[in-house]
Design a protein around this ligand. Structure first.
Ligand SMILES: Cc1cc2nc3c(=O)[nH]c(=O)nc-3n(C[C@H](O)[C@H](O)[C@H](O)COP(=O)(O)OP(=O)(O)OC[C@H]3O[C@@H](n4cnc5c(N)ncnc54)[C@H](O)[C@@H]3O)c2cc1C
Length: 810
């Protein structure tokens, strides 16, 4: 099967022969890359893939992640016909049960999500669940959801089929060939070094599973993946268990259970996983397992005995313990590395690698061949992690929690408890003194709300912080608030060609004179939004771009990649050098005056200027992300405390991210990754005001093709009738019995005393002239509401649709 002679050149080298590598190779070959070669240092599947339980459950947290798995299912069911090699696909469905009210809401939300994504799933009575799984004890079961299209596969057979298909397309496989070096020139991939010599290549697909952090380091690239031990029990025959049953998910008990060779396979995501130092596993870790650990598994075993009492008498075959890789946020890594062109990553599969690999391999191959992903996959973008997550200590601390959270109820407001305090803003001591409750964004600690630093009780109902956030909104709406925006990414753009460069990569007019600020987007050639930002022109040849907190690495890479040969532009990450305080509210002008920054009062909208606060030179730009009047004030990071102190003494009070989110949603300001992404164009998003049509910019051609047609989809606000409803985002929006859209961002709108959702809706169904009454499906219950094409709330004095206030921030 494997070749012994290495080619001297290949367009693409795939490193790693697990399911991700095999799928990527198959799709490369299918896309016409006829000279791709896969290098595996041991044997195909010998890492994690061979011992996978290989369940395939389609539903994920977003449409595109779900679509990847849907694609996997269609691939796994058709591969046999195409290649003659069976994949062992068994499509017997899956059954999720709930034993608590909150779990019932959780699985009800998942069923609603499935309806939104067009996946078959329905709530069923406990009696039906028992019929589908007769050996299950249903004493404490209060509800269930049935998903008929889920299944499982044989991982080794699947890889054999993928490889067979890839070879038909010209691909080559070299086993026992470890990659020991990655060759780069001028920041680009030019080859790999193997134990048997070098191969020159244009691109590498790094699919090295739990070894990816070490493998990527060969190119000085950071890939924060770290393994945990992952367990399942295999038994002999069990009374009442027949072959080919659905997978039973009892997530309250941390378990998944299915039949296996006449017995049972009982797998778990225990509350706290066991990390492993990958160095312990060694380069020759092939077809190996880790030692059984019955003490660790015992609580899970007790849960399993409760659910399947007949297990008591079943002979135990083995307690399988295999390593699997996890990332700091529980989502996998797919796409090009920020630092090195041509290095493409497909790894960190977080225990859904077999389910995801079909679609993920397709997406990675598409990225390599076509230069862009086939769909927005920001959840998997390698550039979403700051460097602090790449430390071994942080990873070893975080990944056990990631494994533990895999089956936890996804409550709104849930925060990570490990790997915290990695990045602090200069105002951190002040926020702690004000008893902030923090959330982590791009490694930074950001105050979510103030006055109660302890862990809140989490629920799907009215949150514990509801009144506190309400008071902060009132402060910002009636008086003066300070929001710490210091975590925004700041990119210095300087040089002779700065203006021309920015005009080419941004939609807006970047030629406005120094002293002006501009809201702009960066688009891809398909017209999708890659990023949105605010640019301050500081001097003729110097700008500062303010980008989203999580966007800094991605945006810097995007800008660097679009620099033309010979263009004189310097790009610098200035994030840590400056603090940003957003001073907003009707008393902002008085506070500015009282703190010595009266000069700011003279600034017009979208103008910036210098002033002094507490003797510190600051720069204020007149704009706000919450819609109230005010400025975003930038100062040297080390002076943030003095500036904040003066604003506080003059009457401004700190407010947190939850208040800001509520206000921006009422005002219909959008957030990247929630309301807009690379699949959304500015016209659908209502951001057409920031397009300068009389200049050339990346994405313009694509936009021109749709410019004169009304967009098929559009972002609107939906105000719910019931003040007690708690929408959380990703809910279906119904017009009578038809799904016409989905919620993207949601919050309680304190100024209108109603919940508000931003939603992307089908304009053919809901329009300004037509029907506006819709329903939002929250965990299976439909809540009526009214669509508005205006913001749900527009603060007095700032109300004007024509002004460019749609600044998006996160
Ligand atoms: C117990 C258990 C149960 C699981 N159950 C499920 C499930 O039900 N459903 C599901 O979807 N997923 C499941 N998973 C997860 C799934 O198996 C993995 O996500 C998937 O197999 C990972 O595939 P991979 O290709 O990324 O990595 P691997 O299979 O580990 O492949 C990586 C390969 O890269 C090779 N390699 C590394 N470094 C180099 C180098 N320098 N040069 C050449 N080769 C190199 C390794 O030898 C290895 O073969 C489970 C995992 C475990 C441990």
């Amino acid at each position: 099967m494997s070749e012994t002679v290495l080619p001297s050149h290949a367009s693409v080298v795939v490193v790693g022969g697990g399911v991700m590598g095999c799928s990527t190779l198959y799709h490369l070959a299918g896309s016409g890359v006829s000279d791709a070669v896969l290098l595996e240092r041991n044997k195909l599947t010998s890492g994690t893939t061979w011992h996978s339980a290989a369940q395939v459950r389609a539903l994920r947290s977003s449409r595109n992640l779900t679509d990847l798995i849907r694609y996997s299912v269609s691939l796994y069911t058709r591969l046999e016909k195409e290649t003659g090699q069976a994949t062992g696909w068994i499509g017997k469905g899956s059954l999720s049960i709930a034993t608590t009210e909150d779990r019932l809401t959780h699985i009800g939300r998942q069923a609603a999500l499935a309806r939104l994504f067009g996946i078959r799933a329905r709530s069923i009575p406990v009696e039906e669940a028992k019929e589908r799984w007769p050996a299950m004890n249903v004493q404490d079961v209060i509800g269930a959801v049935w998903s008929p299209d889920d299944g499982r596969v044989s991982p080794s057979d699947l890889c054999a089929a993928l490889v067979k298909g890839a070879k038909t397309g010209g691909a080559r496989i070299c086993e026992d060939t470890g990659v020991v070096g990655i060759l780069t020139e001028g920041g680009r991939i030019v080859g790999v070094e193997t134990e048997g010599g070098a191969i020159r290549c244009d691109a590498i697909a790094l699919c090295t599973g739990l070894w990816s952090r070490k493998a990527a380091a060969m190119a000085n690239v950071e890939v924060p993946v770290w393994p945990c031990e992952h367990f399942y029990l295999l038994t002999g025959p069990v009374d009442g268990v027949e072959g080919n049953m659905p997978t039973l998910s009892d997530h309250d008990a941390h378990l998944y259970i299915r039949d296996d060779s006449g017995g049972l396979l009982v797998g778990c995501f225990e509350p706290h996983g066991k990390p492993i130092d990958p160095g312990r596993l060694g380069d020759d870790f092939a077809f190996q397992l880790l030692p059984e650990d019955w003490d660790h598994f015992e609580p899970m075993m007790l849960n399993a005995l409760h659910r399947i009492p007949a297990l008591e008498n079943a002979p135990v075959k083995t307690l399988l313990n295999g390593p699997e890789s996890f990332t700091p946020d529980g989502s996998f890594v797919l796409g090009e590395a920020a630092e090195t062109r041509g290095l493409f990553l497909g790894c960190g599969m977080n225990s859904v690698g077999v389910a995801t690999a079909g679609g993920a391999g397709m997406a990675l191959a598409h990225r390599i061949v076509h230069g862009h992903l086939p769909m927005d996959l920001h959840e998997a973008d390698p550039k979403r992690f700051p460097s602090c997550f790449n430390s071994a200590a942080t990873l070893a601390e975080r990944v056990p929690e990631v494994l533990g959270k895999h089956y936890e109820i996804a409550y709104p407001g849930r925060q990570w408890t490990t790997g915290r305090r990695l990045r602090l803003t200069r105002l951190d001591p002040y926020w702690r003194a004000a008893r902030a409750h923090f959330g982590q964004v791009y490694g930074f600690e950001r105050p979510l709300y103030f006055g109660e630093s302890g862990e809140p009780a989490l629920s799907f109902g009215k949150p514990a912080w509801f009144d506190r956030v309400g008071r902060e909104v009132k402060q910002a709406h009636e008086h003066a608030a300070v929001f710490d925006q210091s975590t925004l990414g700041k990119i210095g753009v300087a040089g002779r060609d700065a203006e021309a460069f920015l005009n080419r990569v941004c939609t807006s007019d970047m030629s406005r004179p120094p002293g002006r600020a501009v809201y702009a987007m960066m688009l891809n050639v398909r017209g999708g939004i890659e990023s949105d930002l605010v640019a301050l022109r500081l001097e003729d040849d110097r700008y500062r771009l303010y980008v989203g907190t999580s966007a800094i690495r991605r945006d810097l890479a995007w800008l660097r990649r679009h620099l033309a040969e010979g263009e004189e532009v310097a790009l610098d990450d200035e994030t840590e050098a400056h603090a940003v305080l957003a001073l907003t509210g009707p008393e902002a002008a008085r506070v500015a005056e009282a703190s010595g920054a009266g000069d700011l009062n003279a600034l017009g909208l979208y103008c910036h200027g210098e002033a002094h606060i507490a003797g510190v030179a600051v720069r204020g730009v007149r704009l706000s992300y919450v819609g109230e009047a005010g400025w975003e004030i930038t100062c040297p990071a080390e002076s943030a405390g003095a500036v904040y102190g003066a604003l506080y003494d003059a009457g401004a009070r700190p407010c947190g991210l939850f208040a800001q989110t509520s206000m921006r949603i009422e005002k219909r300001f959008l957030a990247y990754g929630h309301d807009i992404d690379t699949d959304v164009n500015p016209l659908e998003a209502g951001l057409g005001f920031s397009i300068r049509w009389d200049k050339d910019f990346i994405g313009r051609e694509a936009l021109e093709r749709v410019r004169d047609r009304p967009p098929a989809n559009r972002i609107v606000s939906v105000i719910l009738d019931d003040a007690e409803a708690v929408p959380l985002g990703h809910e279906p929006v119904y017009l009578r019995d038809r799904i016409v859209g989905k919620t993207t961002s949601t919050a309680f709108g304190y100024r209108i005393d109603r919940p508000v959702a931003l939603a992307m809706i089908d304009t053919g169904s809901v329009s300004e002239a037509g029907e506006r009454r819709v329903e939002i499906d929250i965990a299976g219950v439909r809540f009526p509401g009214t669509v508005t094409f205006e913001p749900a709330f527009d603060p007095k004095g700032t109300r004007t649709r024509s002004r460019p206030w749609a600044v998006t921030r996160r």
